[in-house]
Design a protein around this ligand. Structure first.
Ligand SMILES: Nc1ncnc2c1ncn2[C@@H]1O[C@H](COP(=O)(O)OP(=O)(O)OP(=O)(O)O)[C@@H](O)[C@H]1O
Ligand SMILES: [Mg+2]
Length: 453
């Protein structure tokens, strides 16, 4: 028995038990009340019947007849004179009866009275009916019945109630056991499933649980498990890529440092080696910085601080930074942006986006080609494009270039020094701005990146 089943079972039990006890109590009370009432009014009616016969013929013969009739029943009749003398009694008059006879009120209505109805404590229940002939009271008919009969009846009733109570208690328990099973079984299975997931077993199989909230919970757990599996695999791949990326420059640094250490300090080669070491360190620190940026974006603990920016001077200042590198490649850059155009962006982060795209456009283009940067509003949204006339991206790689460490050039020619992180950073930054980025490319013709904010 697990805790949840016990809790729910107990709850069911207490609720049903209370309900049953209360309704049984009222039923019991009602039955007793009406049984006692029946007995009392039967006794009274019997007394009234005798009284009527006596009123019709108040004779020795009739009185004897009534006494004889009562002697054979479980009731007893006593006929008294108006001044309380005992005329006739069907059975022996006991002390309890005498007490009741003495306690009779002065005036009794013609329909009679119940003199004793305390069936629990008294020995008898009793009634009185006056015999009135010619407007004069000729005597009183007293009826007595032992309360033992009622007591027996009620103890029989109690036995029945007890049996019914015990039986329904038994059924209740059986039903509760099944009910709680039905309710808690899926929960327990889910709890087991989550335990297995946390131990790394993602192959959770949960039975179909229907369309209610519990069913939804089960579905969510399954989704969670497969998401976790994907995440775990992604993380492993990512770690593998990182260690690979770090290993390459480190191997160079280590190798050249070793050679440089042993080389003649005066030799020109030594400067060459130190130059390579320096370059590799620069690459390494760039990689580490980019990874750090990505990690920050993943944790969502970097903030985008948007402000209204005049786009023409903004783009001009960015382009100024890349012009020297472009000149070196004999490339030309054209900016197309209306002077009054402005956008709400985070200037520092968005500059990172544009610089990354321009860096790619330069790296993956031949000399004497052109790069176009354009900004415009389309349907009320800011649209920025970076277009180049470079070598383009093959169709099959287009969908994946925003992935971390993804590079089209599988051999990863180190000549261009790319890490494959640039575009994934671009994408994250654009999405953090609430925007989208698309790419269009044809091999040998050029590539266009389109950002919509
Ligand atoms: N304008 C472009 N023309 C052709 N290929 C491109 C262009 N931009 C990106 N690519 C391809 O997409 C890949 C991923 O680009 P990304 O900017 O993410 O990485 P990278 O430029 O190799 O490295 P990093 O930007 O981190 O220095 C590149 O390796 C390149 O193959
Ligand atoms: Mg790049």
């Amino acid at each position: 028995m697990n805790k949840i089943s016990f809790k729910i079972g107990l709850l069911f039990f207490v609720a049903i038990f209370l309900l049953e006890s209360i309704s049984m109590f009222f039923l019991h009370d009602n039955i007793i009340h009406s049984r006692v009432h029946d007995e009392l009014s039967a006794l009274q009616t019997r007394g009234n019947n005798h009284r009527e016969i006596l009123e019709a013929s108040f004779q020795e013969e009739t009185i004897r007849h009534i006494a004889m009739m009562e002697a054979r029943t479980d009731t007893q009749v006593i006929l008294t004179t108006p001044d309380d003398g005992i005329y006739m009694s069907s059975n022996k008059v006991t002390n309890e009866m005498k007490k009741i006879l003495k306690g009779t009120p002065r005036s009794v209505p013609h329909d009679g009275l119940i003199l004793e109805d305390d069936w629990k404590h008294a020995t008898y229940i009793a009634s009185i009916s006056p015999v009135v002939i010619d407007n004069k009271v000729n005597g009183y008919v007293y009826m007595f019945q032992s309360t033992q009969k009622i007591k027996d009846l009620i103890s029989g009733l109690n036995r029945h109630f007890l049996l019914a109570g015990l039986l329904s208690l038994l059924f209740m328990m059986i039903i509760i056991v099944f009910l709680t099973r039905a309710v808690t079984d899926p929960l327990i299975k889910m709890s087991d499933a989550t335990k297995r997931i946390s131990k790394g077993d993602f192959s959770v199989s949960l039975p179909k649980l229907g369309k209610d909230e519990i069913g939804e919970l089960g579905e969510s757990i399954k989704v969670l498990a497969s998401d976790l599996e994907v995440l775990k695999n992604e993380r492993n791949e990512f770690l593998a890529s990182i260690s690979h990326e770090l290993r390459t420059p480190l191997t160079y640094i280590k190798g050249y440092a070793d050679i440089a250490r042993r080389a003649d300090p005066a030799s020109p080669d030594r400067d060459n080696f130190l130059g390579i070491i320096f370059e590799e360190s620069v690459k390494l620190s760039k990689l580490v910085k980019e990874l750090f940026d990505l990690a920050k974006m993943d944790e969502n603990n970097f903030s985008i601080e948007k402000e209204e920016v005049h786009l023409l001077p903004y783009f001009q200042s960015i382009i100024e930074k890349v012009l020297p590198a472009l000149k070196e490649n004999q490339m030309e850059l054209v900016l197309s942006c209306q002077s009054e155009l402005s956008g709400v962006i985070d200037p520092i982060r968005f500059e990172q986006v544009i610089l990354n795209l321009l860096d790619n456009a330069r790296k993956y283009s031949e000399p004497n080609t052109k790069i176009i940067v354009g900004a415009d509003t389309v349907d009320g949204k800011l649209q920025v494009i970076v277009h180049d006339e470079g070598k383009g991206i093959p169709e099959m790689d287009l969908a994946r270039i925003f992935e971390r460490f993804y590079r089209v050039d599988k051999s990863r020619t180190r000549a261009l020094g790319g890490t494959g992180l640039g575009l994934s950073i671009v994408k994250q930054l654009v999405e953090a701005h609430g925007g989208t980025i698309e790419v269009f490319s044809s091999l040998g013709v050029g590539t266009t990146f389109k950002i919509i904010l």
